[in-house]
Design a protein around this ligand. Sequence first.
Ligand code: ARG
Length: 287
Amino acid sequence: MARPRRYLVCEPRYFAVHYAINPWMDKDAPVDTARAAQQWQTLIRTYLDHGHQVVSVPPVPGLPDMVFAANSALTLAGRPRKAFGSLFHAAQRRPEAGEYATWFKAAGYDVYQPESVCEGEGDLVPAGRYLLAGTGFRTTREAHAEVQEFFGVPTIGLRLVDPYFYHLDTALFVVDDAPGDGIGGSWGDGTGNRTGEATIAYYPEAFSSGSREVLRQLFPDALLATRDDALAFGLNSVSDGRHVFISPTATGLIAQLTDRGYLPVPVDLSEFHKAGGGIKCCTQEIR
Ligand code: ARG
């Protein structure tokens, strides 16, 4: 069932690849900024056409990665007005945290500033009654402990091992958040009861063997993606529970989603792949 969502985004006015902080980024491979702007506008229009709300934070000159709004914070259903802010790993991105915190405060949130590196929904993914938390490249185990303490939700640490999938949201996404039951539900009660489990999709080889086993136990019915689909940013998708906004080149995953009754909606953000980001990276869910 589709559930209307509220997304925070940041227009790519100053988007570029000026430095390299992940294997996708190459300063010598220029970004077509006009094409990036067009692709981003298409994403926004697609969200609006599917009944979702979109709010934006003003872009800041000199912060080319600020377009990746998913790294800004974490909010959860049932925890009104609480936002867990970010502390970026790379010096180049550190000033983004303050810009986003200003937006969340103005929107009425109490913003907690983590003491340890944490990159928002890039590594923190609400899935049913659990918060899945990536580590290995960016967000630290210490931050997992901080976020668990802040929200009081069971936080499952997952170790990423492949530098191409440096954020959890490049290797895993929630296809269906078990409406009303989970902490991810925009309007849910956030009690995280046990009647519904989330459905997720992930690329197993992006995880350490122990983390892979944890995912297998918690989500036995997950969709498993191939490396090709993962490299096509197919796991950097956004789902409203029915429509799945997904990279058009993730063809295997698109077929699997269709088989399970979901409606894939292809949106091409290939210019953003040059910075290591896709649809989900550009989209912060506000709960
Ligand atoms: N260039 C950015 C970085 O390396 C991309 C961030 C992508 N965001 C995400 N949620 N995966 O930090």
